[in-house]
Each structure stands twice: as structure tokens, then as C-alpha cells.
Design a protein. Structure first.
Length: 102
């Protein structure tokens, strides 16, 4: 797995539901600071929503929502942009997860 800093992602990059992001240094009481993160996945809301939801998918707070992310104005696709991710998640200690399935 490769971690790409969100600050290095172009604002016009597009992300579909299922993409994962990791936010580090959130303040968990863990022995190893490498384990101090929440991992979020983009999930599509039911109905005709203008937003996707960033939901925690790792750890004891799995299922907890972090933020809504505005969907791109292109009506033909349900995507969010790099700019929308940066706005909703911030760029400090935030990474896009890239793996062989992405």
C-alpha cells in the first residue's frame, strides 16, 4: 500500500465511492504513533444527494461519519474532486491510500 499526501493531489483529480483516505495524529491512545489514525472511505448517500459521506472504516469507531464531501457538478458521474476532499478532510497529516486494487 502506498500513501499519497492529499496536499499533493491535483484539485481536479476525481474520486469515486470506495476510495480510502487516512488521517494521522488524531490523538488515539496507542503505543505506536504509526497506529494513530482513522481510515475513511467515500460512501454514496441514498437518494439524489449532492454529497458523499466520509465514513470511518477501521478501528473501534468504524461506521462513524467524519464529513460530507460535495459531489462534482457533472451530472453524468458521481465523483468528488481533489479540491472537495482537501476542503472536507484538510491536508495536514492526510493521505490517499493507493493499492493494487485502486
Amino acid at each position: 500500500m502506498k500513501l499519497i499526501p492529499v496536499k499533493d493531489i491535483p484539485d481536479d483529480a476525481e474520486f469515486y465511492r470506495g476510495r480510502r483516505f487516512r488521517k494521522y495524529n488524531i490523538g488515539l491512545n496507542v503505543a505506536d504513533k504509526a497506529d494513530d489514525y482513522y481510515e475513511y472511505m467515500l460512501a454514496q448517500l441514498p437518494g439524489n444527494s449532492d454529497y458523499m459521506l466520509l465514513t470511518n472504516v477501521v478501528g473501534y469507531k468504524s461506521g462513524s461519519a467524519l464529513a460530507l464531501v460535495k459531489i462534482s457538478s457533472d451530472n453524468n458521474r458521481v465523483v468528488v474532486t481533489g479540491a472537495a476532499i482537501k476542503f472536507s478532510l484538510g491536508t495536514e497529516d492526510t493521505f490517499l491510500l493507493e493499492d493494487e486494487f485502486s
